[in-house]
Design a protein around this ligand. Structure first.
Ligand code: ADP
Ligand code: MG
Length: 691
């Protein structure tokens, strides 16, 4: 057996307790340990003169004790003043022993390490690490001290000692941990070999201090690169694997297409036609389509999906359309009924609301194939749902669903060697860089054009002090027969509080605006209740809809042309853009008022001004990425998919272009390296393997 695959327990200093603690960090073998990288470094390479110690730094220094005393005022503490020939500093201990007090007697020479800060008596250091020394010789370390991520009970010293042994075993058995990156790639990007990289990170050289602290060392970049490459490769590999499955070929006749297009109340845009052409080609193939359609809010994705549905129906297959909310499912249901009314297609509508006999009947139409189109929420992939001949799955606002929900639906339509085609749609534009890491298993189509006649929404950034004026504006708006949204945003992540805020606001606005018919919709209402209110708003039974962010997705009320968003500074730009997409759907001028709480930071102002200046979801998403970083932009739901060990998207985003180029090269010329790279970084992860 390879030495490096042996358990860490063979290393001296690693007992059964440490084995358990290391396992919590995912470390079992020596090889695992080698990939456990420091998350920061401490500099103990130099002794700093006391006068030079700046607050908020961690440094090594030496000094002689001037005096030590116990302070009884305030919190009982032990104070020890030490000095060298340049100056003095106070060491402070809140927990201390009598022995400590006596050993810190005047004249004792100490070496100390810790975080310097300003206290009442000038510079001080609380609970420093210290050692009593006889001379200042030999107390520095030859290189930066790595600080490793730990778990409860595991000590830095234990990990460091084990690491030293692991590294020396590695250097004696270098072939057992092969460099998986082709030489060509290492040379192209000036990356060190794997062994040099690991050594440079575990036992850094003094001259690399600055680059290490900035996360900019070639060794670190190389490992981050390799990790990101592994994530990209597995998606590419999955894509190839999916393409090996069979799928029904779907197409429609000229006559059927014509009839469908004629039934639409509008002409398709060029962008819609282009995406439809891409879908037609995919569906003609006898391998499954796996296509993501990205398009800004209001770009008309639904009708593109309907065209895809037409292909399946024309070929005698069923189509399932899954939407994240009942509201949206209901809206699709209405649209599809309209668009397919001439073709005598039966449309089944299935949500969690449907109960009892009606549900049984609907389920049987799905099972016996009499329903051609099946529209619903995640209720679609429940066990009781059996499709007859599922040829196409359409998932709207896919970012709202977890991977597992997507998979569950696909498995429904799967036979021994055939799978349905899949079309997923999203209005959340994904910056190109992130799309590469999240969606490279999908083919991507972009609808980059809005239907004609849309006027861009005019966005204004307004302080909350002008609330009265804004409320007055609603009055005028209503008098002109136009409708308004008032959006209350998230307060402290709590849905309860958010709904409460919306209730209070609705109450206040009802009182302030006696001539305005106010309705309220929020996430804690029953779906049926929400639907009926939304429907009422659409029918213009109400003039003003107070809502939480539940209206973010997909709702279409063309006559609503004013939106007020309270506390927009709390939301991401892309989310605000989505909300704003609810207005500007008709032919009148539309406005979005971002009513922020003062004071607002410069950054906050800058962010909101981006929204004022751009109506392009892709531009906004790129800016959002720039300002907030990938973690926030992707949201926890999506970052959770990618558990990165070494790479840090905030820091390493510029590696992504390299990763993409390298992946192409590897797929073309070094395909033997693909699986080993995936195995090294993703190991037993099943997360992606089934996607
Ligand atoms: P989204 O891409 O946000 O899902 P929808 O599919 O809901 O957008 O379309 C928004 C609105 O635009 C709908 O009322 C839809 O009927 C209309 N629409 C879609 N395509 C066109 C078009 N080519 N011309 C005019 N209106 C269109
Ligand atoms: Mg939509």
């Amino acid at each position: 057996m390879d030495v490096l695959l042996q358990p860490v327990s063979i290393l001296s200093g690693i007992g059964p307790q440490s084995v358990i603690r290391l396992e919590k960090l995912g470390i079992q073998s020596i090889k695992d340990l080698l990939f456990h990288l420091p998350h920061r470094y401490e500099d103990r390479t130099k002794i700093h003169p006391i006068a030079s110690l700046a607050p908020n730094t961690s440094v090594l220094f030496c000094g002689t004790v001037d005096f030590t005393e116990v302070l009884m005022t305030g919190r009982r503490s032990l104070i020890c003043r030490i000095s060298d020939h340049t100056g003095d500093i106070t060491l402070k201990f809140f927990h201390f022993t009598a022995k400590q007090k006596s050993e810190l007697s005047p004249g004792t020479l100490l070496s100390c390490f810790g975080d310097i800060r300003y206290g009442y008596q000038g510079r001080e250091i609380v609970h420093p690490e210290y050692k009593i020394i006889s001379s200042t010789d030999n107390i520095t370390e030859p290189c930066l001290t790595p600080i490793y991520p730990l778990t409860d009970g595991l000590r830095q010293g234990t990990v460091r000692k084990a690491m030293t042994q692991a590294l020396s075993l590695y250097l004696q058995n270098i072939d057992q941990l092969r460099d998986l990156l082709p030489q060509q790639i290492l040379e192209q990007y000036h990356y060190p070999s794997l062994s040099n990289a690991l050594q440079a990170l575990h036992q850094p050289e003094q001259q690399s201090t600055q680059q290490l602290q900035q996360g900019n060392l070639a060794a670190l970049k190389r490992l981050a690169f390799e990790e990101l490459l592994a994530h990209h490769l597995i998606l590419l590999k999955n894509k190839q694997a999916v393409k090996k499955w069979q799928a029904p070929t779907l197409s429609s006749t000229k006559k059927q297409s014509k009839q469908f297009l004629n039934s639409l109340p509008f002409k398709l845009t060029n962008a819609q036609n282009r995406v439809i052409d891409e879908i037609i080609i995919d569906c003609q193939s006898n391998h499954p389509m796996l296509r993501l359609v990205q398009g800004d809010v209001g770009s008309g994705k639904t009708v593109v999906a309907a065209y895809a549905a037409l292909l399946a129906l024309s070929s005698g297959y069923q189509v399932a359309i899954m939407a994240p909310t009942e509201l949206l499912a209901e809206q699709h249901n209405r649209n599809f009924k309209q668009w397919f009314k001439d073709s005598n297609t039966h449309i089944a509508y299935l949500t969690g609301q449907l109960k009892g006999k009606a549900r049984k009947v609907t389920l049987s139409t799905i099972e016996d194939g009499s329903a051609g189109i099946i529209i619903g929420t995640h209720a679609l992939f429940q066990e009781s749902v059996n499709f007859n001949q599922l040829g196409l799955i359409i998932i709207d606002e896919q970012h709202r669903f977890g991977v597992h929900q997507r998979l569950a639906l696909r498995e429904k339509g799967q036979t021994a060697n055939s799978r349905p085609h899949q079309l997923v749609m999203t209005a959340t534009p994904i910056p190109r860089t992130l799309a590469m890491l999240q969606y490279s298993d999908l083919d991507i189509s972009i609808i980059d054009e809005l239907p004609p006649g849309r006027k861009p929404v005019t966005t204004c950034v307004i302080p909350a002090e002008r609330r009265e004026q804004i409320i007055e504006k609603i009055n005028n708006w209503t008098a002109n027969n136009n409708q308004t949204y008032w959006v209350c945003t998230l307060i402290e992540e709590s849905e309860v509080l958010q709904c409460e805020a919306a209730e209070n606001t609705a109450e206040l606005l009802t009182q302030a605006l006696p001539n305005v018919r106010v309705a309220l919709v929020h996430g804690r209402m029953k779906a049926a209740e929400k639907d009926s209110i939304m429907q009422g708003f659409k029918n213009h039974d109400y003039d003003l809809l107070v809502a939480t962010t539940v209206i973010e997705v997909g709702v279409d009320v063309p006559n609503a042309s004013l939106m007020i968003i309270e506390n927009p500074e709390r939301l991401g730009l892309s989310q605000l853009h989505q909300l704003r997409g609810r207005v500007g759907r008709g032919d009148q001028e539309s406005y979005c008022l971002l009513m922020y709480q003062t004071p607002l930071s410069n950054m906050g102002k800058h962010r909101l001004s981006i929204l004022r200046e751009s109506n392009d979801g892709f531009v906004i998403a790129e800016k959002d990425l720039e300002l907030r970083g990938p973690g926030d932009v992707m949201g926890t739901r999506q970052t959770g998919l990618m558990q990165l060990k070494i790479a840090n998207l905030e820091r390493d985003i510029q590696l992504i272009d390299q990763v993409q180029d390298a992946a192409t090269l590897i797929c073309e010329q070094y395909s033997n390296a693909i699986q080993p790279i995936i195995d090294r970084w993703l190991g037993q992860t099943t997360l992606y393997s089934e996607v």
